[in-house]
Design a protein around this ligand. Structure first.
Ligand SMILES: Cc1ncc(COP(=O)(O)O)c(C=O)c1O
Length: 457
């Protein structure tokens, strides 16, 4: 009864992010009630394995009392402190220092946001300010990668390269350019990693030449493209792109909103390629989703240039809740949990997850399996040779999500028929195995769908 009335209230009043308003009204909300470890329980008492850690964010898993205590303690002592007027609080200061110590190279200066989108948006402002400070205000053109996702603020949505975030919104702007994704499985160049790297390098150079070298401000990448379908670049791709940016004096921005905090193994995925970006964004795993927070990391030269450019003037960028003490207290405790064993467990579980998903390759519907660590995808096709996507008429996003749900599994299901996995790092072997087994069950059931039977060969 309670659940029914919630569904109705939700339908009437709550606008859901990235949803079909009409589709959602029709389907209604599924209300989650509680969670522990990697398991969430819905309002009907159904237990589900959360193979997506909420929205690839609850890296530490649910139900850590120590995190609750850290938040409560901070709320009792000092629930809010502004960072304006040269004020501050202990937790954010300690957090900034702890993150600087753990970040690659000299990414020593940290601006806190409320999440990933406003972290990305902040980088756009900092990058513009940086070039003004350098006396090159004409460097105002930005390049990102097709299939990339960089949040959905007005400016960030234009760096994002997914049509659903553009259509009807009047973005991207003319100053926002794209180069092709590496997307190995569907790359027209084939899947030779070096050929894909060489082509991306050539395309970036060509794009910069077309725009004008003196006009390009920054290049944005995700170490693994998440919302585009978990597209893992060939080893060496990120490093090659970083090197081109260094050579052409273009700022290189790594968007680690998904990949940060152990998702691919190390604390930051940039470590996988041994690179130091000029700026880096993170969110999600920073607080493991227990409370909102994001961050922008700046290298020394970026910070110094902005500081020198501004002189005694204020750099006019700030949010009321930047460096929120409760969020910072949570982040510090989450970091302690990660370093107290969760990172280590995540690496182990990631190996098991990848091996388990690889074992699905023999299934008639599995075209590709890809991933790194606890970030993975299975791409479904009806013809493995032609790589034919599932028929759009079967609405894979909702049908496959629903079917996984019926099996007690939450995974993200993209419209192209891609399952994305990002389980909490706390997963046990048995939980990883259950994610794989339940996926196989979903695939088997999907084989029986009339739309699939009509086209499968
Ligand atoms: C790479 C990347 N950047 C930015 C964002 C936006 O973060 P948020 O949803 O916290 O605003 C996301 C969210 O998924 C992301 O994956």
């Amino acid at each position: 009864m309670l659940a029914n009335s919630l569904v109705e209230l939700d339908r009437q009043h709550l606008v859901h992010p990235v949803s079909s308003f009409r589709g959602h009204e029709e389907r209604g909300v599924r209300v989650l009630r509680s969670a522990k470890g990697a398991t969430v329980t819905d309002s009907e008492g159904r237990e589900l394995l959360d193979g997506f850690a909420g929205l690839w964010c609850v890296n530490a898993g649910y139900g850590h009392e120590s995190v609750v205590e850290a938040a409560a303690r901070q709320m009792r002592d000092l629930p809010y402190a502004t960072g304006y007027f040269d004020l501050g609080a202990e937790a954010p200061i300690r957090l900034a220092a702890a993150l600087a110590e753990r970040s690659p190279g000299d990414l020593n200066h940290i601006y806190f946001s409320l999440g990933g989108s406003d972290a990305v948006d902040s980088t756009i402002r900092f990058v513009r300010y940086y070039w003004h400070s350098k006396g090159q205000p004409g460097r105002d053109q930005f390049i990102s990668v097709e299939q990339g996702y960089h949040g959905s603020t007005t400016m960030g949505a234009g760096l994002t390269a997914l049509p659903g975030f553009h259509d009807g919104f009047g973005v991207p702007y003319a100053w926002q350019h794209k180069i092709s994704s590496h997307y190995l499985y569907r790359n027209p160049l084939g899947d030779d990693p070096q050929a894909v790297i060489d082509a991306s390098v050539a395309e970036l150079r060509a794009k910069v030449a077309e725009i004008g070298e003196e006009k390009v401000a920054a290049f944005y990448v995700e170490p693994v493209q998440g919302s585009g379908g978990v597209l893992v670049p060939p080893k060496g791709w990120i490093k090659a792109m970083r090197d081109v940016c260094a050579e052409l004096d273009i700022l290189f921005i790594a968007d680690e909103v998904i990949t940060g905090f152990g998702r691919t193994g190390p604390i930051f995925a940039c470590e996988d390629e041994g690179i130091v970006p000029d700026l880096m964004t993170c969110a999600k795993g920073l607080t493991s989703g227990y409370i909102p927070m994001g961050a922008v990391f700046m290298r020394d030269h970026v910070y110094e240039t902005i500081a020198e450019g501004a002189g005694a003037k204020a750099v006019g960028h700030g949010f009321t809740y930047s460096a929120h003490p409760v969020s910072a207290a949570v982040a510090l405790e989450v970091l302690a949990l990660y370093e107290g064993g969760l990172f280590e467990n995540g690496v182990k579980a990631g190996v098991r997850l990848m091996a388990g998903l690889e074992s699905l390759r023999d299934h008639p519907l599995v075209g590709d399996v890809r991933g790194r660590g606890m970030l993975a995808a299975v791409e479904l096709v009806t013809d493995k040779v032609k790589k034919t996507p599932l028929p759009a008429s079967m609405q894979p996003a909702t049908r496959l999500f629903d079917r996984a749900w019926e099996q007690g599994l939450i995974v993200r299901s993209f419209a192209q028929g891609i399952f994305a996995y990002a389980p909490p790092l706390c997963c046990t072997d048995a939980e990883i195995d259950a994610i794989v087994e339940r996926t196989r069950k979903v695939l088997d059931l999907t084989l029986e769908d009339s739309e699939i039977r009509a086209v499968l060969r």
